[in-house]
Structures are given as C-alpha cells and as structure tokens.
Design a protein around this ligand. Structure first.
Ligand SMILES: [Zn+2]
Ligand SMILES: [Zn+2]
Length: 396
C-alpha cells in the first residue's frame, strides 16, 4: 500500500499519542513521562532500542534486509516554560509548562514513521536510526546524544539525516518548506559584567562608575554590526537585559548585560564572537575599568546540505504534490540544535505548516506563544514524509 494511505490509517492513533504528550509536557534534558509514552508506542516493533544516560533520550534502530546506507530521522520531545492559554481540551495539565513549539507533534510523527518503516523492513536495503531527543530548547540535547553515539547507533556512521519542524503560523497547514544552505541562525548567549568601584553619587571622581561604560557598550555593539559585517551575511545583536544599581545617589560596583547574538555563516559567527569580546574589554579599559564577557551555551548555524535539501523538496512534490511545497527564501533567525547533527552528517531540516484552518497563517500566534495551536491533521503527512525520505534515500 502507498505510504500516504498507510499513514492516514494510523493518523487517529498518532493524534492520540500527540495529545497525551501535549497534556503532560516536560522541560529540559530529563523527560521521563514523555520517554515512557514513546517507548510504549514503539513496543512490539522490530527495533533495537537504547536509552540515554545524560538525558532521557530514545535511540531506536531498524535494520533492513541489506547492509546499505544509514538514514537518521530526528524528533525533539521537550516543552517550554510557558503557561498554555489555547483553551484546547487536551491543553497542558502542568502549570507553567507547554508544548508551545510543537515538539509533541514531532515525537508522534517519528513514532508513525517507525511503524511504517518497520512494516517495510524486508524491503529496506539499509538501516534507519530514530532519534528521539530531549532538551532542544536551549539545553543542547542533540550534542549529548551525539556524544552518546546516536550517529553511529546502526553500527556505522549515518549517511544522511532529516528533521521536521512544525510551525503554528506563516505556513498553511500541510505545506512543507526548506532551502539549500543556511536554514536557521547560530545563536550565542553572552553575559557581560562591567566591573567598577561604587561610591557616592555626588562624587563620581572618587568612584569608577560602570553605568556609562555599560551604556557605551550597548550602543557600540550596534556600531560593530553595521561596520564589520556584510549586509548580505547579516548579524543581529540584542541586549535584552541591563541591570545596575539600586537608587539614584549611589554609584554601583558593577553593571550586567545579557545579550543574544544571531549569525548565518560560520565566518560571521567567528568574527562576531571575537569582535564583541574585544569591544567589551577595550571599552572598559578606555575608561580605566575592567569587564568580563562570557559565552553561555550556543548553537551553530543550521546548514542544509544542497543535495539533501533538493532531494527533500523533490520527495515532498512526488509524495504529496508540488502545491504542498513552498520554498523558504531566507533563513530563519531562530536557532536549532539539529545544527550539531548537520555539522557532521549531510541532511536537511524541513518546516511543516500546522496552522489550523480557517485561521490565517499570516496572523496566527507563532511557535513559543501561549496561544500557539498546531493541527493534528498534519501528523499523517509528517510521518509519511519521514518514511518516504528514508525509503528513497536508502535506495538512492
Ligand atoms: Zn522552539
Ligand atoms: Zn522547536
């Protein structure tokens, strides 16, 4: 039977699984309840399953009939610290935690693909690795899974890797999108502290005031962006937090800034990391103060392999029709830790619209919103695409 028909036949069960995961969301690297649900859903399939040690990951390997290539398919499983306000009847039952990025759908779609591919085991000339990953939202879960061997789980290195990501806005439900090259930004979190010397507000010459120095750093960071980077290889720097002092007549000892930096090429990423640290140190030093600049966790640029992105585009068109694909013109400024996988294995990160009709995707609340709604109707198509990508890539 055709992949799409098989996927439609299990759509109800996938929706049930998705809703169960949605109702009981978990954050970070340890998702025991979600892990249990995935394991129960995979039970009885001819898979070799290993669980993570540093995180509650599930790696499932399906060995086909031949010793051919290895394809890795990835779903992230974690939720966000958001209080859900969708009013859905399967809304989060855990206060302050919500599947606001649709990772509940990814998990269900990958379970669907595991079922569909298991049914085709005898016809597969190679192996498929199913990567169920915790901690995508800022915890670098993919990095931990790579360290624990997910890329070699089938006995040799994966030849290609694919991930799907749903969007609650911008794309019509059921429409896939991707691009060749940079797909999502690199993200760096930077903590800056300007160290001065506190004193009386009336006698700044007896103190070393960190506030004007930190202020100069804030504006100078924007000058760095416009004077050092090609406008066609952009960089974004945002100071999202600035804290110093307690009252009007006391000069504080220090000022703290929290900064996010986005870039879209490895070269710009290296350059901006270096330029920002130099600027912080030298600006402080110009005023006789010192400053520290520390990077705290970062994701590289998510780069789609040209050939694999074209292949994924072709598979969408062949499987579901050309009207179900919309090219992504520019990379997205969000970041993804699937970037760690794509740094080592050629592959593609593909978006899937999940905005529930008749809501207009142009105005719908986007991923991470407390109001973001993702439609179950896309689960069958997502599972079918994962399946078809693996089948065709193994026989390519
Ligand atoms: Zn997210
Ligand atoms: Zn996400």
């Amino acid at each position: 039977m055709a992949v799409t028909e098989d996927a439609t036949a299990i759509a109800g069960e996938l929706a049930q699984l998705r809703r169960a995961i949605h109702a009981e969301p978990e954050i970070g690297l340890h998702l025991p309840l979600t892990q249990q649900k995935i394991l129960a859903a995979l039970d009885g399939l001819p898979l070799e399953i290993t669980l993570g040690s540093a995180l509650s990951s599930v790696t499932a390997v399906l060995h086909g009939a031949g010793n051919g290539p290895v394809v890795l398919l990835r779903a992230d499983m974690d939720a966000l610290p958001v209080t859900e306000r969708t009013g859905l009847d399967f809304a989060s039952g855990i206060d302050g935690t919500m599947h606001a990025c649709g990772h509940d759908l990814h998990s269900a779609m990958l379970v669907g693909a595991a079922r569909l591919l298991s049914a085709r085991q005898a016809d597969l000339p190679g192996s498929v690795v199913f990567m169920f990953q915790p901690g995508e939202e800022g915890h670098g879960g993919a990095k931990f899974m790579i360290e624990e061997g997910v890329l070699d789980a089938a006995g040799k290195r994966a030849d290609a890797a694919y991930a799907l990501h749903v969007a609650s806005a911008e794309l019509r439900a059921g429409v896939f999108s991707t691009r060749e090259g940079p797909m999502m930004a690199a993200a760096e979190a930077l903590n800056i502290t300007v160290h001065g010397r506190g004193g009386h507000g009336s006698q700044p010459h007896h103190a070393a005031d960190p506030i004007p120095v930190a202020s100069e750093i804030v504006t100078a960071l924007q000058v760095v962006v416009t004077r050092n980077f090609d406008i066609f290889d952009p960089v974004v720097i945002t100071v999202g937090s600035f804290h110093a002092g307690t009252t009007n007549n006391v000069i504080p000892d220090e000022a703290r800034l929290q900064v996010t930096i986005r870039s879209f090429s490895a070269a710009s990423r290296d350059l901006v990391r270096e330029a920002v640290v130099r600027l912080v140190h030298d600006t402080a030093s110009a005023h006789g103060l010192t400053a520290t600049a520390e990077f705290e966790g970062s994701y590289p640029v998510t780069v789609n392999d040209q050939r694999e992105a074209r292949f994924a585009t072709q598979v969408v068109a062949d499987l579901l029709g050309e009207d179900r694909f919309s090219p992504q013109l520019n990379p997205m400024a969000g970041a993804e830790d699937f970037s760690f996988v794509l740094d080592l294995v050629p592959g593609a990160f593909v978006m899937l619209g999940a905005c529930p009709p008749p809501v207009d995707p142009a105005t719908a609340p986007f991923n991470h919103s407390a109001f973001a709604v993702f439609d179950d109707m896309v689960l069958a198509d997502g599972a079918a695409l994962f399946t078809e990508l693996a089948v065709r890539r193994l026989t390519r």
